[in-house]
Design a protein around this ligand. Structure first.
Ligand code: PNS
Length: 180
C-alpha cells in the first residue's frame, strides 16, 4: 500500500507573506544570481539572500564584502534582504519562518547536486519546499567559479556581473588577491 501523501506545505510565513530564502556562496554575485532574485520577486513577497558562512573555504570576497555588494546591487529594493547563515540551511529557514528555498537551475549538470540537496533538505524538514528557477538563457553558462578564473586570467566578464562586482574584482586583481 502506498504511503499517505504529505499535506501541502503552507507557502506563507508567519505574517502571511510569501517569503523565500535564496541561499548560496555568492563569491561573487553574478548576473545569473541577480536574474534569479529578480524573477523570485515576481513570485514571492520577500526574498532573503542568505550567504553561507563557510569557514573551510578561502573565498575571494569575505562574507562582509559579499553582504555589502549584494545590498548595494539591491539598494532601493526593500523586498530583498541580505543575511548570512551558518550550520544547516533547514535550521536557518525554520528560524526565519521561511517555507521556501529558491535555487537556480542552469543546466542538466546542476540537476544532480541540486536534486540531492533538495531531497536531503526535504528529509530534514518535510514541509520546506525547494523551488527551482531557470535564469535567462544568456546566464546558463555563468558561474562564480568561471567568473573568478576568467577575470584572474585577464578575460572580460563584462555583462556577466553587476558593475560594482567588476570594480571590486578589479581591485582584488590589482592587489594580487585573485588567483585562478
Ligand atoms: O552557491 P552554493 O555554494 O552552491 O550554495 C550551496 C548551499 C549554501 C546552498 C549549501 O551548501 C548549503 O545549504 N549549505 C548549508 C549546510 C547544509 O544545510 N547542508 C546540507 C544541505 S543538503
Amino acid at each position: 500500500m502506498s504511503a499517505e501523501p504529505p499535506s501541502p506545505a503552507d507557502a506563507t510565513g508567519p505574517r502571511g507573506e510569501r517569503i523565500a530564502i535564496y541561499p548560496g556562496s555568492f563569491d561573487p554575485l553574478h548576473n545569473g544570481h541577480v536574474d534569479i532574485i529578480t524573477r523570485g520577486l515576481g513570485v514571492f513577497d520577500r526574498i532573503i539572500v542568505a550567504i553561507l558562512l563557510n569557514r573551510d573555504k578561502t573565498p575571494v570576497f569575505s562574507v562582509e564584502e559579499r553582504v555589502a555588494i549584494t545590498r548595494e546591487v539591491f539598494r532601493g529594493q526593500p523586498r530583498v534582504e541580505v543575511d548570512t547563515f551558518a550550520g544547516l540551511l533547514v535550521d536557518y529557514a525554520r528560524r526565519r519562518g521561511a517555507p521556501v528555498i529558491v535555487r537556480g537551475l542552469r543546466a542538466i549538470s546542476d540537476f544532480e547536486y541540486e536534486f540531492q540537496m533538495a531531497l536531503m533538505n526535504q528529509h530534514l524538514m518535510p514541509d520546506l519546499e525547494t523551488v527551482f528557477m531557470m535564469p535567462a538563457e544568456a546566464y546558463t553558462y555563468t558561474s562564480s567559479r568561471l567568473i573568478r578564473e576568467v577575470f584572474a586570467l585577464g578575460g572580460s566578464i563584462d555583462g556577466l556581473v553587476p558593475p560594482v562586482v567588476e570594480a571590486r574584482m578589479r581591485e582584488k586583481r590589482s592587489a594580487g588577491l585573485l588567483h585562478p
